[in-house]
Every structure is written in structure tokens, then in C-alpha cells.
Design a protein. Structure first.
Length: 502
């Protein structure tokens, strides 16, 4: 039973939408106070194991409030080995309500913070500044995991009365940087600042991005767009900043890549609720790409369970290359095989750092995109078309193409239109990959492996085949220790070149 400090057992209402359930508890109310005054209320309760994904605590906010502040603590009892302990996320919705779609959304910090404030002229990172209007607000609790003993929490709500401050007009980064015309541009589309659970400021990330040789990045905070108005000073002629969100559901995460400024995408659903398609379409209407992130990550709620029918690309390599990336790479390759077998569209791969804090390296890995210019639309089109490869750093550069027939040739993400029996030469030119082994992977598997490249890191590898033998070819560069039957560290890999008439 959840209880509060104002009248015994809390009022509980179970609100069911599809297969998802949200619990609304007993709330608190405040009386108007004199200008400059301050009032606090404290609620305590316990959430049992098996609680709904989201629990809402109503707060009746009177007129004349300048600032709302919330502090939340919860217990972390010892649990047996192999059993999850307590972890509680927190956020807030204003008087416009908690309906799916987020019309009333005002901020989310997940488990990164234990308290927050918001007012017209400022807010805690992850929260949206704006007036504290009268009405029923809701503190949103997300019991991420609950120990067998339950999750005992304490919430203190503090209202400060007075005239609201003057709200600043948000300024967003431009959609164009100087660029080099049609060229290869390097980007990192999945990283975090202190506007969610990162520890770096946008300015610090921008400095690291430039040092990593990046041309573009994408703001992708967990379940909030509050960072969008804080990147304008970071962007410049040499760095394009796209705006988005990491939509962090309980059944996997998806990067909304390059949405319109101020776009919020709700995350409060599971795969069984059949709601993901609605929000994937919202991302596209807002000009963004839908990119499932780290689909085989092992953290609670991270494994992707929504399928890939709505995806524009998939993040196959996330941060330092690990066994779950190897699984994601194999799964993606299986999707490529199915696409050529069934004559369906194929899904391009991406790689991002998912950097949060030191020592996480911004731009490792990075997606290198052939785009017509350094603009939001041109970069997105290159990613969507699969004209890209993934490299561990800016030191690695490559050129990969197939040629055959009467002077025909095709690059990454393209198709060489020749008859099935036509001889085709696949050629990879590499720099910055000392002692790496090159593998050419096809729909039949690995069909060619080179000796290690020289210590200079530069080299050229060629292989001859036909479309009847290989419907596509993609290249992998693996560090020397990775050669052999066991998977190991990746230096770079490409999206495929397709062979034959489509």
C-alpha cells in the first residue's frame, strides 16, 4: 500500500491504456501564499515488485507560483546475488496532463538526478523552463527495477511564490555548416551531455568532437529535448549540430536523429502496446531518422524488441567494440541476406560513441557519410541511402568500390548493374589501419581475408567475383589480434556494395 503524510492511505487509481498500466497515487495540494513565500510538502510510500512502469503523483499547484522544486530519495536495500535492486527514475508533467504524446511534458532526468527545479527563466538540465501555471501537475516516477523488499521513496515538493521571471526565447543551431560540397563527412549521432545522464556540457562535447575530427553530431538525450536550445553556441562553420533524442523505452532505445528543434518523442510504451509505429512516424514528420540503438545491449530494458520495420538505419557499433556489437553485426548481416533474397529494401548500419563522461571517447566510433553538403538534409540522405562506413576514429579512412562490365562502377550503398555472370573487381583502399586484416563479407559469408596491412596502416586489397557468387560485398577491417576464428576488435566496416541487376 502506498501512503502519504496527509490523511493516511493514498488514493490509488489504475489507468490502463492498451497493455500498459500507469498508477496514479494520492497527491498533495498547496494554498496560495504571500509573494516571496515558500511551502513544502513531503510524501512517503512504497512501490511493490511488479509495479507499473510509471507512477504519477498529483500536485495541486495554485496561482502565483514562481518556482516548483522536487527532491526524491529512495532506499537501496541489499539483495541476493543475481537479483536486481532498486532504481527509480523521475520527471514531471504540467497541468496539461500525462497523456501519451507528452503534451504536458516538462522534463525527465531518469535516474541521473535526485532533485530538480523549473521556473520561467530557468530549469535543471533535462527540464524545460517556463511558467508554473496553476492546475494539477504530476510528478512521474519510473520504477526501473524494484527489489524484493519493495521500493520505499520520499518526495518533497517545494513551491516558491512570486512574480515569474522573464522567459528567454530559445535559439537553435543552424541546419547548415560550411562544408566541402559533395564529400565524406564524419559524425557521432548518439552521445549524452549533462542534460540527461552525461557529465559533460555541450561546450565540452563540441570541443571533443572537433578534436576527434567530426563534422557533425546529434544531440540525443534520454527522453528529453531540453538540450535543443543549448547547442547554438557550440555549432559553427566547422561543426553541424543536429537535434534529436534517445527515446528510452523499457523494450529498447531508439535515436531520433535530426528532428525539428523542440521535438519531443514519448517513450512510455512497450512493444506489446503497438504504439511504436505512431512515434516512429512522428519522428519522420519532424524531419528525423529512426535509428534503433545498441539492439543487443545487455542492460535492463536495452535490448531492441520493436522489430526493424520502421527503422531508417540501425546502430550496429556502439562505443568500444564488444561482444554485443558482434552479435548486432551478425544480426544486421542476416537482415542484408534476407533483403537480397526477398527483394526488399535493406537497412543501413551506423556506429556511434554513446559517450557519457570521461573516459568515454566522443567520435569512437564514428559514421563517415558521403553527403552532397554539410547540411541536416544532406547528411540524413547519405545515412538513409547507406552511403557510409563506420570507423573507430578519424585516423581510419577508406575507399570501397566495385567495377565491372563496360566501365561500370559502384560505391558504398550503391548497386553495380551488371549481369550475374559478369566478372566484378572489388577494391578497398585503406589508410590509418596498421596491421589490420581486411575481410570481404558477402551473402555467402566471408569469402576473402587479406594478410595484415603494413605498419604504415595503408594498403589496397582487391578481390574478383561475380554477382551470381556474391549478391553484395561489404568490407571489415579488424585489428591483428582479431584475425582467426574468434571475433575481436573492429577498426572499421562498410555498408555493402550490391552486385547484379536489382
Amino acid at each position: 500500500m502506498c501512503e502519504d503524510d496527509h490523511g493516511g492511505p493514498g488514493r490509488r487509481a489504475l489507468i490502463v491504456t492498451g497493455a500498459a498500466a500507469a498508477l496514479t497515487l494520492g497527491g498533495v495540494s498547496f494554498a496560495s501564499a504571500a509573494d516571496g513565500g515558500r511551502e513544502s510538502r513531503t510524501l512517503r510510500g512504497t512501490l511493490p515488485p511488479g509495479s507499473p512502469d510509471f507512477v504519477y503523483v498529483p500536485v495541486e499547484v495554485p496561482a502565483g507560483v514562481r518556482e516548483l522544486k522536487v527532491a526524491c530519495t529512495y532506499d537501496r536495500p541489499s539483495v541476493p546475488a543475481g537479483t536486481t535492486g532498486n532504481a527509480l527514475d523521475i520527471g514531471v508533467f504540467d497541468e496539461r496532463g500525462t497523456e501519451l504524446g507528452g503534451r504536458g511534458f516538462r522534463g525527465w532526468s531518469g535516474g541521473a538526478r535526485s532533485e530538480f527545479f523549473l521556473r520561467a527563466d530557468g530549469a535543471t538540465p533535462g527540464y524545460l523552463p517556463g511558467p508554473v501555471r496553476p492546475g494539477t501537475w504530476h510528478i512521474a516516477l519510473g520504477p526501473y527495477t524494484v527489489a524484493p523488499q519493495g521500493l520505499a521513496y520520499e518526495i518533497t515538493v517545494t513551491l516558491t511564490y512570486g512574480e515569474p521571471g522573464e522567459a528567454a526565447r530559445p535559439v537553435y543551431p543552424p541546419e547548415r555548416a560550411k562544408g566541402r560540397g559533395r564529400a565524406w563527412y564524419r559524425g557521432d549521432c548518439h552521445l549524452h551531455s549533462w542534460f540527461s545522464d552525461g557529465r559533460r556540457t555541450p561546450a565540452e562535447i563540441g570541443e571533443l568532437a572537433r578534436a576527434a575530427g567530426l563534422d557533425f553530431l546529434n544531440s540525443s538525450e534520454h527522453n528529453t529535448h531540453a538540450a535543443h536550445a543549448h547547442w547554438a553556441d557550440v555549432a559553427g562553420d566547422d561543426l553541424l549540430v543536429l537535434l534529436g533524442e534517445e527515446v528510452t523505452t523499457r523494450n529498447g532505445h531508439v535515436v531520433a536523429l535530426g528532428t525539428d528543434p523542440g521535438t519531443f518523442v514519448d517513450w512510455r510504451y512497450r512493444a506489446r502496446d503497438n504504439r511504436f509505429g505512431r512515434f516512429a512516424r512522428q519522428i519522420r514528420r519532424a524531419g528525423g531518422l529512426v535509428v534503433p540503438a545498441h539492439p543487443h545491449a545487455t542492460c535492463v530494458g536495452c535490448t531492441w524488441k520493436f522489430g526493424f520495420g520502421e527503422a531508417d538505419a540501425v546502430e550496429v557499433w556502439n562505443g568500444p567494440y564488444t561482444p554485443d556489437d558482434e552479435v548486432a553485426l551478425a544480426d544486421w548481416d542476416g537482415m542484408l541476406v534476407a533483403s537480397v533474397r526477398d527483394g526488399r529494401d535493406w537497412l543501413p548500419a551506423m556506429g556511434d560513441s554513446d559517450a557519457h563522461r570521461s573516459p568515454d571517447a566522443v567520435g569512437s566510433p564514428q559514421t563517415v557519410v558521403l553527403a552532397d553538403d554539410l547540411t541536416r538534409r544532406a547528411v540524413q540522405e547519405g545515412i538513409r541511402a547507406g552511403r557510409s562506413y563506420i570507423a573507430e576514429s578519424s585516423r581510419v579512412s577508406l575507399s570501397f568500390r566495385a567495377s565491372g562490365g563496360r566501365g561500370g562502377h559502384a560505391g558504398i550503398g550503391e548497386r553495380l548493374e551488371v549481369d550475374h555472370g559478369t566478372p566484378v573487381t572489388v577494391r578497398l583502399e585503406v589508410t590509418g589501419a596498421p596491421r589490420c586484416t581486411v575481410r570481404f563479407v558477402t551473402d555467402q559469408g566471408v569469402l576473402h581475408t587479406s594478410p595484415p596491412l603494413p605498419v604504415s596502416g595503408a594498403g589496397t586489397v582487391e578481390w574478383r567475383t561475380t554477382p551470381s557468387y556474391a549478391a553484395y560485398v561489404r568490407a571489415e577491417l579488424r585489428h591483428e589480434a582479431a584475425a582467426g576464428p574468434q571475433p575481436g576488435a573492429m577498426a572499421a566496416f562498410t555498408n555493402p556494395v550490391f552486385l547484379g541487376r536489382g
